[in-house]
Each structure stands twice: as structure tokens, then as C-alpha cells.
Design a protein around this ligand. Structure first.
Ligand code: PGA
Ligand code: MG
Length: 222
């Protein structure tokens, strides 16, 4: 019997160019246990990924800010504070860096994401003034409330689904996966992971991106 999975998206189910690795379609829809997508992306991204993979919509989005399980959506985090910090950052000359349409934040409900090209020092100064934290996922800076984490989201999912987080196997690549790694039974950082994720993981994989993830899933299926 295979264990339930909690999988990060960017850097874990993708290639180095952030493109979804098509092998996800071979392995995830037929996985014989729950597959939870846990991401820093805004809510519609993992929902649509579930839709197109043919998976039940059980997702942790916005680094734990939004959780969908069993048809119920719950929110954590102070979006208004994050917006106020973003406005102040912009007023002081910062740029969120996503252009006018800003599809990165347009549907984001509990935090604000900022392009990695932005002025990090200014962003951290302003976030601090609003009692918010900044995490760097390797794909964006996220300005968010303290204590909102993917791992907390997973605990909520588990309560609803009557699972123990210990039953889960996790794969991830960055700082925002460390909280997941702390609550699951077995955790893996892909080789491209950042130092925080590598330190938090039970095991650091030899292979990067989806190659690393598949090495875990193939071993679990054997
Ligand atoms: O949105 C990001 O910054 C990273 O997304 P991820 O958590 O799926 O890697
Ligand atoms: Mg990631």
C-alpha cells in the first residue's frame, strides 16, 4: 500500500524553467492514496492543477493561507496587512514586479507575493514594520503573517480527512516546505532545494526537480 503524499509544486513537480513535468500525469492520477498539493501559489493554481490532473481538489495554497478539503475552504493570514505593506513598499519606490495585470496576486487572498528582482532589503524593512514576515521560495518573496505555514494547513487537512500527518510522505524544494517536513512521517528535499529545506528534510535526494520526486514515488510503489 502506498502512503498519502503532500507535494510542493514549483521546483518539485516542475523542471528548472517552472514548467510542469508531464510525468506528473503518469503517476499522480493513479496514486492509490490521497495526493495533496501544497504550494505558495495563489489558490486557483493548485485547484486547476488538480482539475487537469484528475485529482480530487484537496489543496494547500498561499503557503497555508488557503486550505481546501472536503469542499470546505478556510483562510489564515492577514491579507489587508500584507496589502498595506505592499502599498508602503511601492510608495517608497519598490515594485512588486508583475506588471499591470499582476496575475500572481490578482486572486491571492491571504498574502502578497513579490518578484525576486525586487528590492529585498526594503521589502524586509517594510514587512517588519507591519509585523509580517518575508519568505523566499526561490520563485518569489512572500509577505505573509507569522504562523501561516503549509504544515499547519496539512494538519487541518488531516483532521478533516481523519489522517495522521505522520502517515504522509512529503517532497519539496524550499523554505516554505520546511513546516510540512516537520509534521510528516517522511520528508525529502530534491537536490535543487534551498538550504532551509535540505536541513529540515529527513533525506536530501540525489536528483533534482521531478527526477528527484519520481525517484521517491517509484521507490514507494515498489
Ligand atoms: O509560489 C511560490 O513562490 C512557490 O510555489 P511552491 O510552493 O509550489 O514551490
Ligand atoms: Mg517549491
Amino acid at each position: 500500500m502506498v502512503p498519502p503524499l503532500v507535494l510542493d509544486i514549483d521546483g518539485t513537480l516542475t523542471d528548472a524553467q517552472s514548467r510542469l513535468d508531464p510525468r506528473a500525469f503518469d503517476v499522480l492520477p493513479s496514486w492509490d492514496a490521497p495526493v495533496i498539493l501544497a504550494t505558495g501559489k495563489a489558490f486557483p493554481y493548485p485547484v486547476s492543477l488538480c482539475h487537469y490532473l484528475g485529482l480530487p481538489e484537496t489543496v494547500i495554497a498561499e503557503n497555508g493561507g488557503v486550505v481546501l478539503v472536503d469542499g470546505d475552504v478556510t483562510f489564515a493570514g492577514d491579507r489587508e496587512a500584507a496589502q498595506a505593506a505592499a502599498d508602503e513598499f511601492t510608495a517608497r519606490g519598490g515594485d512588486l514586479g508583475w506588471g499591470a495585470a499582476d496575475t500572481v496576486n490578482r486572486w491571492r487572498e491571504t498574502e502578497i507575493a513579490v518578484n525576486l528582482d525586487a528590492d529585498e532589503a526594503l521589502l524586509r524593512t517594510v514587512a517588519d514594520e507591519f509585523d509580517l514576515e518575508v519568505i523566499d521560495t526561490g520563485f518569489a518573496y512572500h509577505v505573509k503573517s507569522h504562523g501561516v505555514e503549509k504544515g499547519v494547513g496539512l494538519e487541518h487537512v488531516c483532521e478533516t480527512m481523519s489522517y495522521d500527518p505522520e502517515d504522509f510522505v512529503a517532497v519539496g524544494d524550499s523554505e516554505n516546505d520546511a513546516s510540512t517536513f516537520r509534521v510528516v512521517g517522511q520528508s525529502y528535499a530534491v537536490a535543487n532545494a534551498d538550504d532551509v529545506a535540505k536541513a529540515a528534510a529527513d533525506e536530501v535526494l540525489a536528483q533534482s526537480y521531478m527526477d528527484g520526486t519520481l525517484s521517491v514515488l517509484d521507490a514507494l510503489r515498489e
